[in-house]
Ligand binder design. Sequence first.
Ligand code: HEC
Ligand code: HEC
Ligand code: HEC
Length: 411
Amino acid sequence: MKRWTVIAALIAGAVGASSHAIAQPDATEIERGAYLVHASDCEVCHTKPGGVPFAGGRAFRLPGIGTIYSTNLTPDAKTGIGAFSEAEFSAAVRKGVSRGWKHLYPVMPYTSYAYLSEKDSNDILAWLKTLKPQVATIPANSVNFPFNIRLAMIGWNLLYRPSPGPLNDTSRSADWNRGRWLVEGPGHCAECHSPRNKLFAKSASQSYAGANANGWMAYNISSDPDSGIGAWSDDDLAAYFKTGHADGHGTAAGPMAEVVSYGLRHLTDSDRKAMVVYLRSLSQRKTSSIMQRMNPDALREASVPQNNGTRIFNSACVGCHLQDGTGRQVDFAALWGARTVAQPDGHNLVRVILHGSKLDTPVGRVVMPQVGDEYTDRDIADVANYVIAHFGNRAGHVTSSDVQTAISEPE
Ligand code: HEC
Ligand code: HEC
Ligand code: HEC
């Protein structure tokens, strides 16, 4: 019997109460919960920019559906999860049905967390209950018809909620099975990297072929060598997950920097390796995001055009990124070989320039600052096109109106 159970039983006995004792989680379970919270990135979504960790309030704008805010996961009894029982919490996290039959929107990735066990969910709850309770009022969701009817989610769940199937495929290695669980379950990689239909359901036929996730392009991570990650070595992938950077592939920015900072870097080496084993087995999906790589030697020799874009790169970027893209002082600023500098539409590139990016690494936080107000939309488009031409060896076609679109999105 666990220590707390014994104490609770003693108290219950002493006061002669007939109520049965509730088992209290022990330290191992709480620690296990902490690990799962990292593996599932709960903090990323349940924290608003600049807000108290886990106190909720981050906005998710879903095209055609509306704006949905994340909730308070600290143990405040009224506004957080303080009063949730294990069963209620498990139903919310693993099935998308919260307390009082509140049917959650699938932006809360319960369709992936269906891979978690009851025990996993109990341990997560046990860890969350060790946090300091925060009273937090979350803005009301503004959701368009018919999605504003939460009960519509019952129909959605009937159509789209997956049943994870057998959790152990005995024809595969233990690493593959562990990797599949981490990637498809807590890691919820497909939530960003798989395209969705109009009803927000993930496409199975185009799984991991890349998609727009909260404004950013989550690239194709299928095993296709040109449009996916088939050409990355196992070590490149493991390094990218551990540090956010892999030589010759650039550095995770935006939402992927969050996934690394809050999640992947906290996992064990063996878990990251298992994920690599599983990712290698994903079907190849060919998309238009073909990769074009320039190495630093070629970049040093390349003749640099003189235009507005070059001028801005030389004043605002070269100090950290250098002309050959190897990065000054930290590898994290190495741009050469990155997909973000080789996509002609400059989608993520524009967002990195506008918003900057930050990444927590084994050597501390590295930050790319956002550009100052002195630059016009035209300037930002010009410097983006210069970066694509120089580092990606392609004609970029970023326009001022692309920059305006990016500015109008939430961060
Ligand atoms: C991709 C973003 C995202 C991630 C990752 C995420 N959540 Fe959520 N979660 C949300 C949003 C948004 C809502 C609100 C959904 C709604 O209003 O229907 C929510 C709702 C919830 C609720 C319902 C709370 C209530 O008051 O009804 C619980 C419980 C919850 N999340 C727990 C978790 C846990 C535990 C994790 C990690 C294992 C997690 N979430 C990870 C976005 C996320
Ligand atoms: C919240 C959305 C989100 C989630 C969840 C997510 N990713 Fe990403 N991922 C992105 C974005 C956005 C990028 C592009 C980053 C950039 O521009 O630097 C990316 C980039 C990557 C890349 C680099 C691809 C390339 O060609 O440069 C890999 C590999 C990757 N993700 C793997 C994963 C894995 C594995 C998981 C699950 C553990 C995961 N991602 C979860 C959004 C996400
Ligand atoms: C103060 C140093 C600094 C300056 C100035 C700077 N950057 Fe960065 N940049 C970084 C660091 C550090 C990173 C890695 C952080 C991250 O990805 O989260 C980065 C990341 C990037 C990335 C993402 C790389 C990838 O592989 O996806 C791009 C693209 C980028 N910078 C372009 C630029 C451009 C263009 C400018 C000028 C407008 C600029 N940077 C100015 C330091 C800087």
